[in-house]
Structure formats: C-alpha cells, structure tokens
Design a protein around this ligand. Structure first.
Ligand SMILES: Nc1nc2c(ncn2[C@@H]2O[C@H](COP(=O)(O)OP(=O)(O)OP(=O)(O)O)[C@@H](O)[C@H]2O)c(=O)[nH]1
Ligand SMILES: [Mg+2]
Length: 293
C-alpha cells in the first residue's frame, strides 16, 4: 500500500482483491439470464453515474433494450442530476432518476415498464402467442438499490434489502401484475477499474465493502473530493479543516470527541463518522462526478 497523500487516487494502485468469487459467478449467471429477459433496467447511483456503471451490463446486454435509472437521487445534487440526465439523453440512452424508497416516485418507471409489457404483448399476439409476461432484469452494482426499487414497484417487501453491499445472493423473480415479471439480481462489480478513483467513489458511496479498503484512506479521499466540490458543506459541518486530509480527520476526531485512551484523536472512528455523514446525506446532497464534456 502506498503512503497516504492528499491527492485522489493515491491508494488504489496496489492490487486489491475486491472481486469476490461470487461476482465472477454472478457475471456468468447474468449471461444466462439475459437470454430469458426482454429488457434490462440498469440501476446506477445518482451520486456517481459514471463510476457506478458496470461495463459488463452494456457488453453482455448489447442486443437488449435498456433503461438507465439514476437511483438515490434524493442523496444527489439536483443540478448535477439534471446535467447527467441531459448527458445521457445526448447519448440516446433512456434514463430516469428516482428515490426508490418512495412508492410515489415509481409512477414514471411503472409507466415505462407497462409500455414494454404492452409492446411485447402486441408482438406476441401477432405471432399467436398469448399471456406471456414481459420479463425485465434489474441489474447494477452492489448496494445501489435494486431490491428496494423492486419492492417499491411491487408495493410490498418481496426482496431482501440492506444497508451494505452483497445482500442479494441469488436471483429472484417478482411478479408485478399479470404482464410483468422483474428479476432481482445480486450486485456485480468488475475486476479492474482503469481509473483508480472509481474504486474510491464506489467505497465512498458504500458499494464496496468497508473491510476491503482502509476507512481512513477512503475518508481522506472523500475529504479531498468534498473540498473540491462542496467546500461550504464541509466547512458548515466540521468547521475549517486543515489542508492535509489526515490532519483533517484528526480535527474531526477532536471536534466530535472521538479520542483514544491516552486522549489522542481516534482517526479511525473519525473516518467512520465522516463516511457515515457523507453516505446518509448529512453533508448535504452531493454528486461526486460530472459527465465528461
Ligand atoms: N436514500 C436512498 N436510499 C436508498 C435508495 N434505494 C435504496 N436505498 C438504500 O440503499 C441500501 C441498499 O438497498 P438494496 O435495495 O438492498 O440494494 P441492492 O442493489 O439490492 O444491493 P445488493 O443486493 O447488495 O446488490 C438500503 O439501505 C436501501 O434502503 C434511494 O433511492 N435513496
Ligand atoms: Mg439486492
């Protein structure tokens, strides 16, 4: 592991095994399951719409209709979400933004899915096939809200959800009325990120397990990123912080009285606190990256 520094990307150049075996299997399973579905609903995190893209989905599903959903939009910067929606529409990608925990926000998505179902029924009828539901795969990286979305669409808790990556372990079909079936899938990451800051952002938003990267390093990068993008929110929460992100963690520890036995600042606890504040929206609504020009 490299020495810590103030720049983003400093920590991920060492090879890290964050591609657990079950994800390799998940990719193979996805390839098989794609043969069964009419469409892919690709869930991304609205706070990191680029870093939460899994190229496997586009590659394996290149012949399928695809809708992109920027989820957790309630935690993302609204203006940035608008810029992302514009950028996606310029690439001719069908995209919507949502807070999947609220059933109220599901109307638009339900309408899109019903359209898919009707089109399929029409095509099927022309070929003499009746009563075959449209099947939609819900795919995306871990912890992005796939199961939560399915539960909100279904109006009941059919799929298991949880505040950490890797909750859904296997596939599960959930029926939405007679014309639609949704496939809940385990989140998939991919083996190598060309840009190491992608790993940091996935950790910052909680899609990589907290025991894989050291919390202090992730938090230090988060502080650098917040200072660059939302300096006011950072200062409002913790006051003026020292330039060096590790010293900033010490300052947060002192401020929050997170001290070790000898009275020294407990930077590990400060890092967890910062990450929790960031992930829960206590530093305001934040989007950590912009669409490329
Ligand atoms: N604020 C917010 N939280 C959400 C949203 N959608 C899901 N969550 C939360 O995110 C966490 C993960 O949700 P899940 O539905 O389990 O995520 P998943 O994509 O199924 O995760 P895996 O099964 O691990 O791949 C849970 O704590 C949800 O309550 C959203 O739109 N906004
Ligand atoms: Mg799940």
């Amino acid at each position: 592991m490299k020495q810590s520094s103030a720049s983003e990307n400093a920590y991920l150049s060492a090879p890290i095994n964050w591609y657990p075996g079950h994800m390799t299997k998940a990719r193979r399973t996805m390839e098989e399951d794609l043969k069964l579905v009419d469409m892919i609903l690709e869930i991304r995190d609205a706070r990191i719409p680029a870093s939460s893209l899994n190229p496997d989905i586009a590659e394996l599903g290149k012949n399928k209709r695809r809708i992109i959903l920027l989820n957790k939009a309630d935690l993302a910067d609204e203006a940035a979400t608008e810029r992302w929606m514009e950028a996606l529409s310029r690439q001719n990608a069908a995209a919507v933004a949502a807070d999947s925990r609220s059933t109220a926000g599901m109307k638009n998505i339900r309408r899109l899915l019903d359209q898919v179902s009707e089109e399929k029924a029409k095509k099927d009828r022309a070929r003499g096939i009746l009563n075959r539901p449209a099947r939609i795969m819900v795919a995306g990286i871990p912890n992005v809200g796939k199961s939560t979305l399915i539960n909100s669409l279904a109006g009941k808790a059919s799929a298991k959800t949880g505040d950490k990556p890797g909750v859904t372990r296997g596939n599960q079909w959930i029926r939405l009325g007679k014309g639609l079936e949704l496939l809940d899938t385990p989140g998939i990451l991919w083996p190598k990120f060309e840009d190491p800051s992608v790993g940091i952002r996935l950790a910052l938003t909680g899609s990589i397990n907290d025991d894989i990267l050291p919390a202090e390093d992730v938090a230090a990068e988060g502080i650098v990123l917040m200072r660059r993008r939302y300096p006011k929110a950072l200062e409002e929460k913790y006051g003026a912080l020292p330039e060096d992100p590790h010293e900033a963690l010490e300052a947060i520890a002192m401020l929050r009285k997170l001290l070790k036995k000898g009275g020294e600042p407990d930077t590990e606890k400060a890092a967890s606190r910062f990450l929790d504040d960031l992930r829960k929206g206590r530093l305001g609504r934040v989007t950590l990256e912009e669409p490329s020009a």
